[in-house]
Write a protein of this length. Sequence first.
Length: 319
Amino acid sequence: MTSLIVVASLAAGGCVGDPFTSADGAATQDGAPPDSYVAPDLSDLGSSSGDVGRCTEVIDLVFVLDVSSSMSFVLDTLEQEIDRVVSAANKLKPDAHFGLVAFVDNHRVDSTGAESGGVVHVAAPTLQAAFRNYKNVYTAHNRNPGDGPNGPDTQNPICEENALDAIYAAAEEFPWRQHATRIIIVATDDTFLERPDNYGDRDGDGKTDKLDFPREGDYPAKRTLGETVALLKKQQVRVFSFTHLAPPGLFDLGRCGTGRRLPWSAVSAGWSTTYNGAAPIPDQSGGKNFDLKQVQGNLISLTSTINGVVLDSHCKPIL
Ligand SMILES: [Ca+2]
Ligand SMILES: [Ca+2]
Ligand SMILES: [Ca+2]
């Protein structure tokens, strides 16, 4: 009886782009239009295949956010509008789960949610409090999330930010559910480095001992692009990113003011252009990149775009 209720509610709720059909395809074979379909045969309900073309997936969505000093506008926008994302996902399918990994040169898997030891958020208020906290404690002080709230401040000597290890952590540590549409949303305004480089090694001399501004620190890159993409594929997680398509102008207020390891032309590498010959992460994982500058200039809505990709991804196998 429980199964009947579930199936009936799915038929009623529907799923965009995924019309309901019977398990054996009878509704289409006999030429009857889908809306003439009354009730599933009880024998269908006993099927354990779990995949009969019906839209049954819940939503698992993890934010992987650059919380370095120029990124506070994303945290502000998400704090104000996250309830739109939470309600849209739950409208597609009840019981949406959300996660958050904050990063600069290292990362922190947020654990202030309501479930799974705090790693899973299920409602807007805990996410809003988390966005506020990262902005006030980390963004405002150039503090690395992985160092905790009492970690050293003024600690970001080169422009590249460690999205790669943060994405890897999200893919590895978030409790992705079995029948879930799995999505990572990244927002960052720069590219990343790979192992064995070190984000804290300002001058690239292999040591992290310079104390003058911007102070060096030991922030080794732990993963490579290839390792990260392999894990995303294994976990069937799509990455959608909001990043710069081109270097910011010389007088752009958000332009990173420290030195950098890779040339400014590489700011889009890994997101919308190749990284050392490899295709961008969104392309390789079945996701897509969007222009962060359009978000910043209010030309596109961050939360409407997120809702769009969740809708487009829902119940679609990654090709
Ligand atoms: Ca930055
Ligand atoms: Ca950095
Ligand atoms: Ca050094």
